[in-house]
Design a protein around this ligand. Structure first.
Ligand code: FAD
Ligand code: SIN
Length: 533
């Protein structure tokens, strides 16, 4: 096996990984690896924008309050307060790196989304993610201390046990090079996991195909503490029909006045919530889900009649163009929409500096669970969280590299997969593609927007079999498809495990058998790690 090394290894080239790389390079040499092409990330598809207090009629207290209300009691107050406080400075970092946000008259133009009591969404039209990703990639490519490799797929994390203290440290990652099919043992003093979310676990998702939860699964196998994976956010408005990756119709469209309607034209959210179509995402997604089940319709309609043609053209050029490609003129016609899996509020538990429970391993962005989102993420707080935590983590590079240098380690051979393999059913002939499809259907049907004890139980039972089959195909042939399948099954199992541990309904987790909040028993995170899940 080939070996390689750098001071710092960053896994993932979305907003979290690239921001961290740019900051960490002030302290050390940084190598970024990404499993596909460099811009392939959820970041690249972000539409609405990044939430930060940037106007005089807004305040830090209001942003904190809105975040806490959305989070349904589970946000960590100090994490939210510091996130919001540091937000404006991190938006300015992005501008300094070359991101061109939409402005008018010298001021940033601020959009509005559900749950925000003020206009505070900094955006670049409705192509905010593409603008951010492009600028960060450019800045990284010009930086003398950062190198970036595409088509390098992290398979598992490497760990060392210190000879003297027995402490286990993360010391790198095992990477698969797609071009040659060979494995590389990549050693580093600090590893930043920035691998994004697991949206592809669901049949319908706004996430691109890279979103297979690899980092969550790798961290779990390495023994890290995880939390809150049951809180899967379903975005209410994905364009119908939703193909492999559903095209998102940004919440900012409802922020500008668009209204959700039944197919017969009635206002869908009237009488359901005081904020109508701009009610919290979980409420809107459940209302659409119920409407589709009761009516038998395939979609509901998003009516943009209240937004002027010129505002649509100026503010939503990406959505206008994509819908036009599909034969819908959104200036004159309503958009057919359905909910789709969008974001996971849970992930690898970190402290305020992005440190996980494994020394040497940091996590930032959607892979992480920092405590800021609680049971439901406020719109556009995800990009914000990624830049704030990446910035903070970089301040610990020197300290972490000193610790790594002082560790005289013995490599721990990772045998998780081999052990699991010995228990799997032999001779299953299904291929990775059909298993992935089966998994996505299973999660959509049994662990989706509305859950029940019976459905979650059925999902858990089938996942045991899928796990064995996924490991079998992974061991027969290690490639992108089988690595991702193994991880998707791992993360799906964790989502279902967490959902079965929470005997209440809160935020994004709704179980018809426990339809109420139970603050006495469940006003806490759902914590899992290998051995207790
Ligand atoms: P990503 O941007 O997903 O990047 C992950 C990176 O890791 C990718 O480069 C991927 O290829 C790489 N990777 C993954 N696994 C491996 C592996 N095993 N080995 C090597 N590389 C790997 N949030 C907002 O705040 N505002 C918005 O307006 C907004 N709009 C959104 C619109 C859409 C359509 C979607 C899908 C999400 C949106 N979100 C939004 C959520 C937000 O975009 C994401 O949560 C955020 O971009 C995640 O950034 P990240 O850096 O953590 O992960
Ligand atoms: C959107 O534009 O609706 C997505 C915003 C988000 O997920 O934060």
């Amino acid at each position: 096996m080939r070996t390689a090394s750098a001071d710092v290894l960053v896994i993932g080239s979305g907003i979290a990984g690239l921001t961290f790389a740019l900051k960490a390079a002030a302290h050390a040499s940084v190598h970024v690896v990404t499993k596909k092409e460099r811009a392939a990330s959820s970041t690249n598809y972000a539409q609405g924008g990044i939430a930060a207090v940037m106007s005089r009629d807004d305040s830090l207290d209001l942003h904190v309050r809105d975040t806490l209300v959305a989070g349904a009691g589970l946000c960590h107050l100090r994490a939210v307060e510091s996130l919001v406080r540091e937000g404006p400075a991190r938006v300015r970092d992005l501008i300094d790196w070359g991101v061109r946000f939409t402005a008018s008259g010298g001021d940033l133009s601020l959009g509005r989304e559900g749950g925000h009591s003020r206009r505070r969404i900094v955006h670049a039209g409705d192509l905010t993610g593409r603008e951010i990703e492009g600028a960060l990639i450019q800045a990284v490519s010009e930086h003398p201390r950062i190198s970036l490799s595409e088509d390098l797929h992290a398979v598992d994390l490497l760990r060392d046990a210190d000879d003297r203290s027995g402490t286990v440290r993360c010391s790198g990652a095992l990477l698969l090079e797609h071009r040659t099919g060979s494995l590389i043992e990549f050693r580093a003093g600090l590893v930043m996991l920035a691998t994004g979310g697991p949206g592809q676990a669901y049949r319908h998702t706004t996430n691109p195909d890279i979103a297979t939860g690899d980092g969550i699964a790798m961290a779990y196998r390495a023994g890290a503490t995880l939390a809150n994976l049951e809180f899967v956010q379903f975005h209410p408005t994905a364009l119908y029909p939703a193909s492999e990756r559903a095209f998102l119709i940004s919440e900012a469209v409802r922020g500008e006045g668009a209204v959700l309607r039944r197919k017969d034209g009635a206002d869908l959210m009237a009488g359901v919530h005081r904020h109508g179509s701009l009610a919290p995402r979980d409420v809107v997604a459940r209302t659409i889900d119920l409407e589709l089940k009761q009516s038998g319709d395939d979609y509901v309609l998003l009516d943009l009649g209240a937004i002027s043609r010129s505002d649509i053209e100026r503010r939503f050029p990406g959505i206008l163009a994509e819908c036009a490609d599909r034969g819908i003129d959104i200036r004159t016609e309503p958009i057919p929409v359905v909910p789709a899996a969008h974001y996971n509020c849970g992930g690898v538990v970190t402290d305020e500096a992005g440190r996980t429970s494994i020394p040497g391993l940091f996590a930032a962005g959607e892979v992480a669970c920092t405590g800021v989102h609680g049971a439901n993420r406020l719109a556009s707080n995800s990009l914000l969280e990624a830049v704030v935590y990446s910035h903070r983590a970089a301040a610990y590079v020197d300290e972490e590299l000193t610790r790594a240098a002082a560790t005289a380690g013995q490599a721990i051979m990772d045998s998780t997969a081999e052990i699991a393999l010995s228990a799997m059913p032999p001779n299953d002939s299904k291929d990775a593609g059909s298993l992935r499809n089966e998994l996505r259907d299973l999660m959509w049907e049994q662990a989706g927007i509305v859950r029940s004890v019976e459905r979650l139980g059925a999902a858990a039972a089938r996942l045991v079999g899928l796990r064995g089959q996924a490991l079998e195909v992974f061991h027969r042939r290690m490639d992108t498809e089988t690595i991702e399948l193994r991880n998707l099954v791992e993360v799906s199992t964790l989502i279902v495990t967490c959902a079965r541990m929470r005997h209440e309904s809160r935020g994004l987790h709704f179980n018809i058998d426990y339809p109420y909040r139970d603050n006495e028993r469940f006003l806490r995170d759902t914590v899992v790690s290998d051995g207790n899940a």
